[in-house]
Design a protein. Structure first.
Length: 319
């Protein structure tokens, strides 16, 4: 199979028929063998009813329905698990991503040999204040932190080699950082393509300003995991040793000062009245705790179990 199109969605009933027809027309005109995988992330409208209708009419349409809303990352994870195409295309269900981009994205993977191609919505039709400016700041921070030189990390329209999606773990809200996850997994040929962005035709956006706050927190998480995820002792242990050393020097300073004053018959205060006593005690305790955190992290890492259930599927169609 040439292409799997993975589409996570939440309450997008009005756009599904038009999106399906548009994708099917592009695939047929380019003679691609394909599958469309809709992942209903706990919709409360008739989205699942429409997916069933589409799957009954077209055997290339498959559906996964979550028991409740688990988030876009979990939906993509479920879609990647089911995808069988040589190239995986992800796109949003709101008709803001243009299916006409699919053939060129496919060629950039198959003919150019890229591992991942990320869309760049250079010209956007979103609100400047609520989306464009925060998005620019977010993308700048992501580039600086991750080292992946993309202009639009959050664009839903992306293309992947099958091997990429089968070797990355999209969890939490890490869908924004799939290129970073791919880079960390060893896939280095990551390119960008300018794609058309279209104004939303139906409904309203499901994401608010909180997504940027969550995005920055996730960025810190993925930076930490990429650098220290497999060696937590290098981070916590180093900080622990540094803090303990500061506390040890402070205690030494108190002891030397006390002995010097006693030797020279100089008046001195009680050790417990010296603020450096509490500084040294606190830093040595914190240093010990940090070191133990790193030690426990190493133990957990070596004994962790995979395959934890992150979402519940209530129904499937054609899968």
């Amino acid at each position: 199979m040439n292409i799997s199109v993975v589409i996570p969605l939440l309450n997008e009933y009005e756009s599904l028929q038009e999106l399906h027809d548009w994708i099917a027309n592009v695939m047929q005109s380019n003679r691609f063998s394909y599958e469309i995988i809709f992942i209903d992330d706990g919709s409360t409208d008739d989205s699942w009813k429409k997916i069933i209708e589409l799957s009954n009419a077209n055997e290339s349409v498959k559906g996964i329905r979550f028991l409740k809303n688990y988030g876009k990352s979990q939906a993509l994870h479920a879609g990647f698990e089911k995808a069988r195409g040589n190239v995986i295309i992800t796109m949003d269900a709101d008709l803001q991503d243009n299916p006409e981009e699919i053939p060129e994205l496919y060629n950039l993977i198959v003919k150019e040999g890229n591992d991942l191609v990320s869309g760049w919505k250079k010209k956007r039709y979103d609100s400047v204040i609520s989306k464009n400016l925060p998005s620019k700041l977010f993308n700048w921070a992501a580039r600086k932190t991750s080292g992946v030189r993309l202009h639009d990390f959050n664009c839903g329209l992306k293309a992947y080699k099958n091997e990429v999606v089968k070797n990355i773990d999209v969890y939490g809200e890490m869908h924004r950082y799939i290129p970073v996850l791919a880079k960390n997994a060893g896939f280095r040929k990551i390119e960008e393509k300018i794609v058309k962005h279209q104004a939303r035709k139906y409904g309203k956006t499901k994401f608010g300003m909180e997504r940027f706050i969550n995005g920055f927190l996730d960025l810190i998480t993925i930076w930490f995991i990429s650098k220290f995820g497999k060696r937590p002792m290098h981070f916590f242990g180093a900080l622990g040793v540094l803090m303990f050393f500061i506390g040890f020097l402070s205690a030494g300073f108190i002891g030397i000062t006390k002995l010097y004053k006693l030797y020279n018959n100089m008046p001195s205060i009680l050790v417990t009245q010296n603020p450096w006593f509490y500084i040294s005690l606190t830093t040595m305790i914190i240093g010990t705790q940090l070191f133990m955190a790193g030690f426990l992290g190493e133990i957990i890492l070596r004994n962790k179990r995979t395959g934890n259930e992150r979402y519940k599927i209530s129904e499937t169609a054609n899968t």
